[in-house]
Design a protein around this ligand. Structure first.
Ligand SMILES: NC(=O)c1ccc[n+]([C@@H]2O[C@H](COP(=O)([O-])OP(=O)(O)OC[C@H]3O[C@@H](n4cnc5c(N)ncnc54)[C@H](OP(=O)(O)O)[C@@H]3O)[C@@H](O)[C@H]2O)c1
Length: 273
């Protein structure tokens, strides 16, 4: 079975394909269209987008042209920070549905934990009741934000997507999520393309005759994290899925844990909302 067919169950009974396609910075019209078509052809079943990426209409066009049935594809989108009021979020959900030309979204995340996150969550819960969204979750939430949400929600979040890779292992947050039956999703798994510069990753790439990208993806995949590597190059879409013919040992994992901590994106604790 290809990694693309492996699914993880949410705490609400729905399932998410563990391997998806990230689409941040895919906004050039032709390149985005071509890469989505190539991904669907290669068997990708899960696409991660967001309002702020500005590519939802392009994804809709590619999905339509591919003729892959809508219900076979898992689509995640995210509510951008400026839409985090209750009324604003309700409008944003309808905009996502319209841009993607679909009648339900598989998963919608709060993109960052802004001060209006609870109002945003309430609107998301109502959209689940209205069957506009199947599952709702979080992105870039820290433990403190999740604890607050769990005390104030009707529907428990199914997932938290945050920067997570061998150079930023977030063991405290990963354990907290696992203890609370919330799926862990990694963004930036390839250290956003910088995996080629990391000595420990290069050593394992040599050992297994794999690329540094495959080592980082394997690191996340074998721990059960959802991964959404982005590539604009069709051949890399395939390369990134070829991670099931080897496994990292406990020793390999320990080696990766020696990488000095490095965060590429914004720190949720110091984000200027
Ligand atoms: N929730 C959030 O706040 C948040 C933040 C950031 C990202 N995300 C999501 O997570 C996805 C993944 O994160 P990301 O795009 O930031 O970083 P990433 O997937 O770690 O890295 C993407 C970079 O790696 C390169 N790459 C991909 N496959 C490769 C390979 N096999 N060999 C060499 N280079 C390779 C890509 O270049 P090419 O395109 O040239 O192949 C691109 O520059 C995003 O696309 C987005 O959907 C979410």
């Amino acid at each position: 079975m290809s990694v693309l067919n492996k699914k993880i169950k949410f705490n609400n009974g729905e399932e998410i394909p563990q391997f998806g396609l990230g689409t941040y910075k895919l906004d050039d019209e032709k390149a985005t269209y071509d890469v989505i078509i190539a991904a669907l052809k290669a068997g990708y079943l899960h696409i991660d987008t967001a309002q702020i990426y500005g590519n939802q209409k392009l994804i809709a066009k590619a999905l339509k042209d591919s003729q892959v049935p809508r219900e076979q594809i898992f689509i995640t989108s995210k509510i951008w920070n400026s839409d985090h009021g209750y009324e604003e979020t309700k409008k944003a959900i309808d905009r996502i549905l319209a841009e993607l030309e679909i009648t339900y979204i598989d998963l919608v995340l709060i993109h960052w934990p802004t001060p209006k996150r609870l109002e945003c969550w309430k609107a998301l819960e109502e959209a689940v009741a209205a069957k506009k969204i199947r599952s709702i979750g979080l992105s870039n939430f820290q433990i403190v934000h999740i604890e607050e949400l769990l005390k104030n929600c009707q529907i428990k979040p199914v997932i938290n997507q945050f920067e997570l890779h061998p150079a930023l292992q977030r063991k405290d947050l990963v354990k907290y999520l696992q203890d609370n039956d919330i799926v862990v999703e990694s963004w930036g798994t390839l250290i956003r393309g910088k995996c080629f510069e990391v000595e420990q990753v290069k050593v394992l790439a040599e050992k297994y005759q794999k690329s540094p990208a495959q080592i980082c993806l394997r690191w996340a995949f074998q721990q059960g994290f959802v991964i959404i590597p982005k590539s604009s190059k069709p051949h890399r879409l395939i390369e990134n899925t070829e991670i099931e013919d080897f496994a990292l040992t406990a020793e390999d994992m320990a080696l990766l844990a020696t990488i000095p901590e490095y965060r590429d994106g914004p720190d949720p604790d110091n984000f200027d909302f």
